[in-house]
Design a protein around this ligand. Structure first.
Ligand code: F6P
Length: 346
């Protein structure tokens, strides 16, 4: 077994509150373990282009409360162009890197799993996504912050909804899974929550709203995940552009829903798309602590030579699972939780 002297760390995919706490924890624990740390800029792109900076204690000082990632990020997929893999492996030898910690979601960790399997690269993964849709971990950091931002937005939307007797539609993030919509909706007291897991029955939605109004509540809050789709009728996913991993840019369901609700119920309706506000700003205490625990554990896995593994939260324990298993299936919203949310619909 080669001794690890120099450790790389990168962040890939969408930015997410909690990334900087992980970078800080990785750097501090690695230095404590006698390693040198190199920050790779902009995800896999930085490894292809050999864009890297040394990280020491001063470089990571003061970043704990900061949103985003000091290393920068990208949605670059090195497997898209075969020559990029060669360049990426060359950077490993040139820097040199003895091991790498890759912090990312399904796409970034999917690349990590392939690099481990096909090229024997020594990688430990750290799962990240505000969508909370990775199956092998109970939570990913960033999700708690996003839910709290969305909850606060729903609280604020209540003010205008009540004062103007309007329907307020709030579109939140959630590409494949409606965790943010469900949790923020429950916490914010939404009257209808619509998620990608269950196609939208527009007649049922309008019925719920009409019933609510009939009992004297002349305003309603509807929360919808950006990835939700109508059961029948128009498809709102417009093919504006695809990223390196083939994902289309989402957005638009909130506005379509708003106009259908107004048309069918006759109630004045307004739409708010929260978008990137949910990914910005300072992480909550929960996300700072989870990021810190993940970062420390990831270095410990490196020191123990447990490559191809990723850190994960199970109950209150930080454990490790294979990266391949971690990106194998998506974690969709728990049926029981959505059933609970439905108790408060209408
Ligand atoms: O994966 C997290 C996420 O926030 C999704 O909910 C969303 O669809 C996507 O990122 C958008 O990311 P970007 O526009 O930065 O590519």
């Amino acid at each position: 077994m080669t001794t690890i002297q120099q450790l790389g760390v990168l962040t890939g995919g969408g930015d997410c509150p909690g990334l900087n706490p992980v970078i800080r924890a990785v750097t501090r624990r690695a230095i404590q373990g006698g390693l040198r740390v190199i920050g790779i800029r902009n995800g896999w792109k930085g490894l292809i282009e050999a864009d890297a900076i040394p990280l020491d204690l001063n470089a990571v000082s003061g970043i704990l409360p900061k949103g985003g990632t000091i290393l920068g990020t990208s949605r670059t997929n090195p497997f898209k162009h075969p020559q990029d893999i060669g360049r990426l492996l060359q950077t490993f030898t040139r820097l040199p890197l003895d091991a790498l910690i890759a912090i990312g979601g399904e796409d970034t960790l999917g690349v990590a799993a392939k690099l481990v399997k096909q090229h024997n690269v020594k990688i430990v993964g750290v799962p990240k996504t505000i969508d909370n849709d990775l199956s092998m971990t109970d939570y990913t950091f960033g999700f708690d912050t996003a839910v709290n931002i969305a909850m606060e937005a729903i609280d604020r939307l209540h003010t205008t909804a009540e004062s103007h007797h309007r329907i307020m539609v709030a579109e939140v993030m959630g590409r494949h899974a409606g965790w943010i919509a469900t949790c923020a909706g429950i916490a914010g007291g939404a009257d209808v929550i619509l998620i990608p897991e269950e196609p939208i029955d527009i007649d049922a939605v309008c019925e719920l709203i009409k019933k609510r109004h009939a009992r004297g509540k002349d305003f309603s809050i509807v929360v919808v995940s950006e990835g939700a789709q109508l059961k029948a009728g128009k498809d709102v996913v417009t093919e504006k552009s695809r990223d390196d991993f083939g994902h289309v840019r989402l957005g638009g369901i909130g506005h379509l829903l708003g106009s259908l609700i107004e048309e069918r119920t006759g109630f004045e309706t307004r739409v708010t798309v929260l978008g990137y506000l949910q990914r910005g700003g300072s992480p909550t205490a929960f996300d700072r602590i989870l990021g810190t625990r993940f970062g420390v554990k990831a270095v410990e896995l490196v020191l123990a030579g447990r490559f191809g593994q990723m850190v994960s939260l199970r109950g209150n324990q930080i454990v490790d699972v294979s990266i391949e298993a971690g990106v194998g299936t998506l974690k969709t919203v728990d049926n029981d939780l959505y059933a609970l949310a439905k108790v408060f619909f209408g």
